[in-house]
Write a protein that binds this ligand. Structure first.
Ligand code: MIG
Length: 656
């Protein structure tokens, strides 16, 4: 059952697409605090799931979080905000219910942080909708929530192939080399990403003709090699006379305004920019249609970045900071002055104070950005998604974004942003999957190998052993870090075999992905969602159920040659070194230490289940799905859900 409650006069976010009448009853479970907040008494054993893209564990209890989308490359234990605002929680324990706070401004969640037995949720101004969802179990509650927020975006099948990316590829030649290195070694690959350097001075929808000459030809050349090129699009539009996107935006009042009604100016990669007012449907239509410039050149996938929006500095803040620094530098700077100085400098980027200095047009009214901050990236992605429906009705386009709000899942996926090459971030990648799935983000994954800081070969291998199971499988890294294309490693062969296994898994993964979307289900679940009564399952933080058949439990510690795994039921362990080289063994329920050498992918098939498994292929277009094998329990069948419909497969039965 779903009940909708209203407080004050909320801004419509369109997160929920189903019409639900507002309940006249009193909000259950929560107490109103009188300071714009909601209070819930947590019982000793309550688990709190949710919040989508956030740090820490699957159980969110014991920390505080803030939904305030931010360009934050420090994903640490004490981080409170990342790039998304996913205000859905599921409380499981004494009571069982889901709650969605549909609120586009900044809000905070103290989940047993100040007091272990208290959850306090605070909004900035108490104008919001609250949805309470009750049901028989966790899965059923999520299903109801997913139904009211609308069906998730479906990525093309090729987007399940392996992708190589790096911030720093500067020319077509460099990209060509990457493609050749992969093909030369027969490492499967489907996509190479173009980061900001493909553009001319970081101007959206332009291509640098010197470094990327004849881009149509280059796209075609890559396509002939089986490789899709995926360019980045940034939110800010460069201020430059003669640049058509800028000029059209100014002429038609498509940019966010400052308090005087002038176009608001901030700075990002291109230098000074204006920000399109994506909350205005007319602006979305205009910006969305710009993607056709690149579609026509042969691109068929995009990633939207810097759309929290990230602001290096606003013109106004820069001026006031400079003025103050000038004053300070005239004096003999004492301790106080010095800290004021560093504070000013450090606070110049992504300063939430700037959010009151620019405005959006919402239903004909001007609203300060702070009121709708968390909707910006969502609406940028919506602009693209809506446009693709018109520009490319026949062909699926890959789209994922950095920033998001619930609702964005209908238009694209997200990636988990600027993580680091840290072992803890490999675990965090896994832990974010269920909470993202709860809120509709199915096409997701993190930068494999880690984005910031230097990776190591063993970290890469272990990370591959998680990412082979995740929809978005992209190796991406930041400039200045150790190069991490797979052919850079001494044991490139081991990496290659993991990618080959991935291609063997794609028929299964894409099928489970489609099922999860079409049925409003979670593709990745905590163990406790299927084994509710099992106390040990309820505390597992480093294993996931995948689809209806698998359990994954990757090694995420350096130098470990195995790990403890909890089996809530008997399962079949698969130990795989390549698509052709693997063994299986049945493992009893309980806690086990499972060995897994660096070159071994270990995963589990649930009791009486089996999965279809293909062979390696250079890319998804060349996957041979006519000869799927089965791995798992001998009597099991499998329902394959493909683009054309579903078909039931049985063990040893050939798939046509
Ligand atoms: O300020 O485009 O998260 O994936 O490589 C950094 C450069 C801007 C942030 C993205 C990252 C991308 C990088 N971008």
């Amino acid at each position: 059952m779903i009940q909708k409650y209203v407080f004050g006069s909320p801004i419509e976010t369109d997160a929920v697409v189903e019409d639900i009448p507002v309940s006249g009853e009193k909000l259950p479970f929560f107490e109103l605090t009188g300071d714009n907040g909601f209070l819930y008494q947590l019982a000793e054993k309550d688990i709190v799931y949710g919040l989508g893209e956030q740090v820490r564990g699957i159980n969110k209890r014991g920390w505080k979080y803030v939904s305030c989308n931010s360009d934050n490359p420090h994903h640490q234990e004490d981080t409170v905000s990342l790039y998304g605002a996913h205000n859905f929680l599921l409380i499981s324990g004494e009571e069982l219910f889901g709650v969605f706070f549909d609120y586009p401004g900044s809000m905070s969640f103290d989940i047993g942080f100040t007091r272990r037995d208290t959850m306090k949720v605070l909004t900035s101004d108490f104008n919001l909708y609250v949805y309470i969802i009750t049901g028989e179990n966790e899965k059923e509650i999520v299903k109801q929530f997913r139904r009211i927020i609308g069906q998730s975006y479906i990525a093309p099948k090729w987007a399940f192939g392996y992708g190589q990316s790096r911030w720093g590829y500067k020319s077509a030649d460099e990209i060509r080399t990457v493609a050749e290195e992969y093909r030369k070694r027969n490492i499967p690959i489907d996509s190479i990403y173009l980061d900001i350097d493909y553009m001319e001075h970081y101007k959206d929808f332009t291509v640098n003709e010197e470094t990327f000459p004849e881009i149509e030809k280059f796209c075609a050349e890559m396509k002939a090699m089986g490789i899709h090129l995926v360019p980045i699009i940034d939110a800010g539009v460069k201020i430059e006379k003669g640049y058509s996107v800028y000029e059209e935006g100014v002429r038609n009042n498509y940019f966010c305004k400052d308090e005087n009604g002038n176009d608001f100016t901030g700075a990002v990669w291109p230098g000074r920019v204006h920000f399109p007012d994506f909350l205005d449907p007319e602006v979305r239509k205009w910006f969305g249609e710009k993607y056709s410039i690149l579609l026509e050149k042969g691109f068929d996938g995009f990633w939207n970045d810097m759309n929290e929006p990230a602001i290096f500095y606003s013109e106004k803040r820069l001026a006031s900071v400079m003025e103050r620094i000038n004053e300070l530098s005239k004096e003999n700077m004492g301790t106080d002055g010095f800290f004021e100085f560093t504070g000013l400098v450090n606070g110049i980027s992504n300063n939430t104070g700037d959010y009151d200095c620019f405005f959006h047009k919402v239903d004909g009214k001007m609203l300060p950005h702070s009121k709708v901050h968390n909707l910006y990236g969502y609406n940028m992605t919506k602009a693209a998604g809506e446009a693709f429906k018109k520009l490319s009705p026949e062909k699926r386009i890959l789209m994922f974004s950095r920033s998001s709000y619930i609702g964005a899942h209908r238009y694209g996926g997200i990636w988990q942003g600027d993580n680091k090459s840290w072992w803890s971030h490999l675990l965090m990648n896994l832990q974010m999957m269920p909470s993202l799935n709860m809120t509709g983000f199915l096409y997701t994954g993190a930068d494999t190998g880690g984005f910031g800081s230097d990776t190591t070969e063993d970290l890469m291998l272990r990370w591959l052993q998680l990412s082979v199971f995740l929809p978005l499988f992209r190796n991406h890294s930041a400039q200045g870090t150790r190069p991490q294309e797979l052919y850079r490693f001494e044991n490139c062969e081991d990496c290659k075999r993991m990618i080959e296994i991935r291609y063997g898994l794609i028929p299964y993964l894409y099928s489970e992905y489609r099922k999860a979307i079409l049925r409003d289900e979670m593709m990745y679940r905590p163990l406790a969602f299927d084994f509710r009564e099992d106390e040990d399952a309820r505390s597992v933080e480093d294993q996931l159920l995948l689809g209806n058949e698998l359990m994954i439990a990757p090694v995420y510690k350096q130098n470990a040659t195995g790990r403890y795994v909890y089996l809530p039921e008997e399962m079949m362990l698969v130990r795989m070194r390549s698509p052709e080289d693997f063994e299986t063994e049945t493992v009893e329920p309980g806690h086990h230490y499972i060995r897994a050498e660096l070159n071994e992918l270990v995963f589990f098939i649930r009791k009486d289940k089996a999965i279809p498994f293909g062979t390696a292929a250079p890319d998804t277009a060349r996957l041979d799905t006519s000869s799927l094998r089965f791995i798992g329990y001998p009597e099991a069948g499998y329902e394959l859900c493909e683009e054309e419909g579903t078909s039931v497969l049985h063990m040893f039965e050939e798939h046509k």
